[in-house]
Design a protein around this ligand. Structure first.
Ligand code: 3H9
Length: 697
């Protein structure tokens, strides 16, 4: 394809420019273009040095992920980099934006790397269930050492140019046009007759480790521990270990073979699905491109509780001044004090510099009384989850704030339309449902009310992205998408206790499935009293949980809940008292307890959620199945390598899920288990949830 890679001359320097928008991914055309351009520059005797750059917003951001579902084609990226690596004239990569994955690997084939200020460099393959597949696991540690190399590869997180310079990953940071600076750098290298040594032949940073291989285990130990259930980290550690005792050419071959195996595996497919689903979630069908988000210069958060404080931190972290509002000075002080404590703890952990803490705190102003919200461009209400209180707040905000102020509620269950109608401008009202801890969790449900104006919706989405969240649009219903599906799971979890399981059986099944925590350990962490209060308000009952609350067992905060907690420990220990209570309750309700195996428990918990997800799609509460997957992966700890509940459903097979649901409905008499119409139809037609999105696109 003409145009994706251009070769030009600037005197004795050849300049190769990749131009493949949007992110200069290494498609087959780009790889072919690179081979042609580098071969030509290599063979031209009048060329003394070669500069590689990219046009547009970023240097090459990696392999073209859309090609990963197809058969591999030549030349491979390994071929491209081997060719560059063997060139005996100086090669310089002048990068900007995000040189990631295969993009960074290409630069590791060059002799020198220089980066524009603001560049972020990394090998994020692990986030796609992969390992670097074109020499990254061998060349990066040779350049930056094993400790940092392993951390970059196993976390997948990019590093800023300043750190890359300190580590020796790059040789210089520049301002200005990459090509022009690259050419000047090339001339300097030529003038100074600098020695050139391919990264592949460097050994100085690896040699000490070879003498002390035990150190390698220590370096990767912490990462290995976090890799529960994932194949890629284990493969990455194996590949990194080859630096110690396998000749580099052979190591690159083996790395490639492992990469290809992971690429074809289910985990990477699921993680790639989430990558694209996350980007798809940013798109709102029917919202015209002409609709521009409003400018947000100042925010206000109503409520300085755990949620309010966390939300205020999100704004301050993004550099947006924020006023935190409470009704009483005491509550305000307590809330702001907690925020400061949180920030200082991050600084003490080394996650943030002290100056950053001061800057962020400097962006936060505390105030008593709603009046302080009047100059905000967006107000996020995070008060107690009670309709009357919310109505009161919104009524007052309506009168106080300007007509262009976005009024957002952080309600997790309540009717956003009802809240909107307490104002004279329901079109300004939108839900912004954060997840706890709000400053950490990436998910943000953007609840579109019946009257929410397109511009207000677009603003909420833009703010969400600006504060580093993954915003997903959902419609109004009790619990929206995430909590509504969670409820289906919670009801089932309680029922399983009565039928024969114990909390540790249920939690064990879900952690084995890949959740970081099971529902009962989770309830203990969140506090059982919260949902107890909510159930009481709705006249609902949960047999076991309610009895625990009546006994004053509220979870970790009282050292007792579904489990026992020893002083100072968060590790749940099974409690015979709870076991006895469960058995007695089954007996009292006339339920014969039977042992339940892990597979049954998992299906009983996950399939009703999928069923609820199907109803959510039928009702248009979620725009697409991928949105539900993103919500569950980013907000509820659904294992990313299973791709979220709807992707997982497709991988299990919809006819099987339908049949199991029919059986569950018979067993429990619960009508909610009857398969949703959409699920039944897809199962009958041989369709999939994924196919719905493909059809809509
Ligand atoms: C790899 O390199 C393997 C090698 O080791 C070995 C090979 C043998 N491919 O995110 P955005 C699309 S694995 C195809 O909204 P931003 C994206 O879908 C790869 N498409 O922009 C979106 O499309 P649309 C390692 C890609 O500015 C559009 O570009 N690399 C790719 O917020 C804009 O993306 C990575 O994992 C791709 N590689 O963020 C990097 N990347 O407009 C993955 C993006 O239709 N990419 N697209 O929705 C990213 O992290 C971010 O996209 C980036 C830009 C930071 C680059």
């Amino acid at each position: 394809m003409p145009g994706v890679v251009a070769l030009r001359r600037d005197g004795e320097v050849a300049v190769i420019t990749v131009d493949n928008p949007p992110v200069n991914a290494l498609s087959q055309a780009v790889r072919t273009g690179l081979v042609d351009a580098f071969s030509q520059a290599r063979d031209d005797k009048t060329v003394k040095a070669i500069v590689l750059t990219a046009a547009g917003r970023t240097f090459i951001a990696g392999a073209d992920i859309t090609e990963f579902d197809k058969a591999p084609t030549s030349p491979t990226l390994v071929d491209v980099i081997a060719l560059i690596d063997a060139i005996e004239k100086p090669t310089i990569a002048a990068v900007h934006g995000t040189p990631l994955g295969g993009g960074l690997e290409v630069t590791l084939g060059c002799h020198f790397r220089i980066a524009a200020a603001g560049t972020r460099l990394g090998l994020p393959e692990i986030k796609l269930g992969l390992i670097p597949g074109a020499g990254g696991t061998q060349r990066l540690p040779r350049l930056v050492g094993m400790e940092k190399g392993a951390a970059m590869i196993l976390s997948g997180d990019p590093i800023p140019a300043s750190e890359a310079l300190a580590l020796g990953l790059i040789d210089e940071i520049f301002e200005g046009d990459p090509a022009a600076v690259g050419i000047a750098f090339a001339r300097k290298v030529l003038a100074e007759k600098r020695a050139i040594l391919p990264v592949s032949r460097r050994d100085d940073k690896i040699a000490p480790l070879r003498a002390d291989p035990v150190k390698f285990d220590a370096i990767v130990a912490a990462h290995a521990k976090r890799a529960r259930g994932l194949h890629a980290p284990t493969a990455a550690i194996e590949a990194l270990r080859m630096n110690l005792d396998v000749p580099i050419a052979q190591a690159i071959e083996r790395e490639r073979a492992k990469f290809m195996e992971l690429r074809g595996g289910e985990q990477s497919k699921a993680q790639r699905h989430i990558f694209f689903a996350e980007r798809e979630a940013a798109k709102i069908p029917g919202l015209s491109k002409d609709v521009k988000p409003r400018e947000i210069r100042r925010a206000a958060v109503i409520g300085a509780g755990t949620m309010g404080g966390g939300i205020a931190m999100c704004f301050a972290n993004a550099g947006i001044p924020v006023t935190v509002i409470e009704t009483k000075d005491e509550a305000l002080k307590r809330g702001l004090g907690l925020v400061e404590k949180n920030y200082r703890a991050s600084a003490a952990r080394g996650a943030m510099a002290n100056e950053d803490v001061d800057r962020r705190l400097g962006l936060m102003t505390g105030a008593v009384g709603l009046d302080a919200a009047k100059d905000a461009d967006i107000v996020v209400e995070a008060v107690f989850e009670e309709m009357d209180i919310k109505r009161d707040v919104f009524g007052k905000l309506d009168a106080l704030t300007g007509p262009d102020t976005v009024l957002a509620t952080n309600t997790s269950y309540l009717d956003v339309n009802a809240i909107a109608h307490t104002t004279t401008r329901p079109s300004s009202v939108v839900g912004m449902h954060f997840f706890s801890p709000a400053n950490v969790m990436k998910l943000l449900e953007i609840v579109r009310g019946a009257d929410t104006a397109p511009e207000v919706l677009a603003t909420a989405m833009a703010v969400g992205r600006k504060i580093g969240k993954v915003p997903v649009v959902v419609g109004v219903c009790h619990g929206f998408v995430g909590n509504r599906m969670l409820r289906a799971r919670s009801i089932e979890a309680e029922r399983l206790l009565l039928e024969g399981a114990l909390p540790q059986d249920v939690d064990g099944a879900l952690t084995e499935f890949g959740f970081p925590m099971g529902p009962f350990a989770m309830s203990d962490l969140a506090g059982l009293d919260v949902s107890w209060r909510m159930r009481k308000a709705q006249g609902a009952r949960a047999e076991i949980a309610d009895q625990l609350c009546e006994m004053g067992r509220f979870g970790q905060k009282t050292s007792k809940g579904f489990y026992l907690y020893e002083a100072g420990s968060r590790a749940p220990r099974p409690d015979p008292e709870v076991e006895a209570l469960i058995v007695a309750t089954s007996q009292r309700l006339g339920i014969t307890r039977t042992p339940l195996d892990r597979k049954t428990i998992t299906e009983r918990l996950i399939f009703p959620m999928i069923n609820e997800g199907a109803r959510i799609l039928e009702e248009g509460i979620a725009q697409r199945p991928g949105d539900i997957d993103v919500i569950w992966v980013y907000g509820y700890g659904f294992p990313i390598w299973r791709g979220g509940p709807m992707f997982y459903a497709d991988s299990v097979g919809l006819p099987y899920i339908r049949d199991r649901l029919i059986a569950f409905a018979k067993l429990t008499g619960d009508k909610r288990h009857e398969p949703a119409a959409l699920l039944s139809r897809l199962a009958k037609e041989g369709g999939t949830f994924g196919g719905l999105t493909a059809k809509a696109a």
